[in-house]
Design a protein around this ligand. Structure first.
Ligand SMILES: Nc1ncnc2c1ncn2[C@@H]1O[C@H](COP(=O)(O)OP(=O)(O)OP(=O)(O)O)[C@@H](O)[C@H]1O
Ligand SMILES: [Mg+2]
Length: 366
């Protein structure tokens, strides 16, 4: 299958006012195929949004490019200057819906004006009527009322505002859409409508492939084909959504997947098992395994004294994980842990069968 987006060894950093470098995306490589969606999971501050911004190839202070390549549909956009990126890449090759975008809409402009801006940046010859027709047609296909075009952002509900932002961002039918927490601020029913809209965009070919960022793992499981886990600026695991949720390998991913919410009375909304500790400071590039300070298997893997970078290991087609322990060893450790947790039910633990129930309930809701 054709690769739509290929990111190779991408490294970007923030420069602080104190002239410190915070390397939030460090040597990241991955690819995304035509027709597929890829989810990005990870704790707050691990670099998800920075990766999303970096992948557009459009940098402005305090974010800077250090190295690596971004190839969209066979075209390397890395060396293009910002003006060329704005004119020939943003919107058509790649579109980005920033975290909290719906709250950033200028309240004094009608929705149609935003659409005109996007269309004009790409093709200045379009007449007002042509733009209007295009917008109405797209809104109709996507089941969005076209009267929204004449409204101001403040007149729209949260859910409608978010759907509108998505429709504006994708009006030029981008090859890659990056949606950063598109449904996190919404109530459950608006969330479902937003997810359905993203599905529709993919199905109709208005968006060819999608990077989807969210804290909500059941959502990732039900919405994306593959999931990547980020930790401290690195990709630490990738696999199919099913593999990642039910058979995570890297201990950090395992911890993250254990925090999947169990849909039981009273527990809904609770994170059952948080991972103790905090991620490392990215001002000093951490050596070796970046998760080591928080990992409960540190004594077994012997990573304590190891310096230098730790590479991802392959574990079957499309599956990567960053850990010194081999797959079988990790699975055995997790099995033992699960058996112990069953013996001592006071230990907070999400069992695999509960997890299946959790993600499947969510799936039915969508
Ligand atoms: N403008 C900035 N200047 C300096 N450092 C920044 C800036 N923005 C983000 N960072 C740092 O970069 C790292 C990654 O941040 P990023 O926003 O990409 O994380 P995230 O995974 O998207 O988090 P969240 O889940 O909270 O959205 C964090 O350590 C953060 O402190
Ligand atoms: Mg973010």
């Amino acid at each position: 299958m054709a690769v739509m987006l290929e990111v190779k060894n991408l490294t970007t950093y923030y420069k602080t006012r104190m002239n410190e470098r915070i390397c939030s995306v460090d040597n990241v490589s991955f690819s995304l195929e035509d027709g597929k969606s890829l989810g990005i999971a990870g704790e707050s501050g691990c670099g998800k949004s920075t990766l999303a911004m970096s992948v557009m190839g459009y940098y402005f202070p305090p974010l800077y490019y250090e190295g690596g390549n971004i190839v969209i549909d066979g075209k390397d956009i890395t060396a293009l200057n910002p003006d060329t990126i704005r004119q020939t890449v943003l919107g058509t090759e790649i579109a980005y819906i920033p975290q909290a975008a719906m709250n950033a809409l200028n309240p004094t402009r009608k929705i149609m004006r935003f659409i005109e801006d996007v269309l004009r940046a790409h093709n200045s010859r379009l007449s007002g009527k042509e733009m209007r027709d295009l917008a109405e047609e797209r809104f109709n296909i996507l089941n969005l009322p076209s009267k929204v075009l004449d409204q101001y952002a403040v007149e729209l509900s949260g859910g409608m505002k978010q759907r509108t932002v998505i429709a504006i961002s994708t009006i030029l039918s981008p090859k890659v859409l990056i949606a950063d927490e598109p449904s996190s601020a919404l109530d459950v029913s608006s969330q479902k409508i937003v997810i359905k809209l993203l599905h529709d965009l993919m199905e109709r070919g208005f968006v060819r492939s999608m990077l989807f960022i969210t804290h909500e793992l059941p959502l990732l499981f039900n919405v994306t084909d593959d999931i990547m886990v980020m930790y401290a600026g690195e990709i630490v695991e990738r696999g199919s959504a099913r593999e990642m949720v039910f058979d995570p390998l890297m201990p950090y991913s395992k911890g993250l997947m254990n925090s999947i919410i169990v849909p039981e009375e009273g527990t809904r909304g609770h994170v059952l098992q948080a991972i103790p500790g905090v991620p490392p400071n990215l001002k000093i590039r951490p050596e070796g395994c970046r998760f080591s300070e928080r990992c409960q298997y540190l004594d077994i893997c012997g990573m304590k004294d190891r310096k230098g970078a730790l590479e991802n290991q392959a574990a079957g087609p499309g599956r990567l994980y960053r850990c010194r322990l081999d797959e079988e060893r990790l699975r055995k450790l997790y099995r033992e842990q699960e058996e112990n947790a069953r013996k001592f039910p006071l230990i907070s633990h999400t069992f695999v069968d509960e997890k299946i129930a959790a993600v499947e309930t969510m799936g039915e809701e969508i």
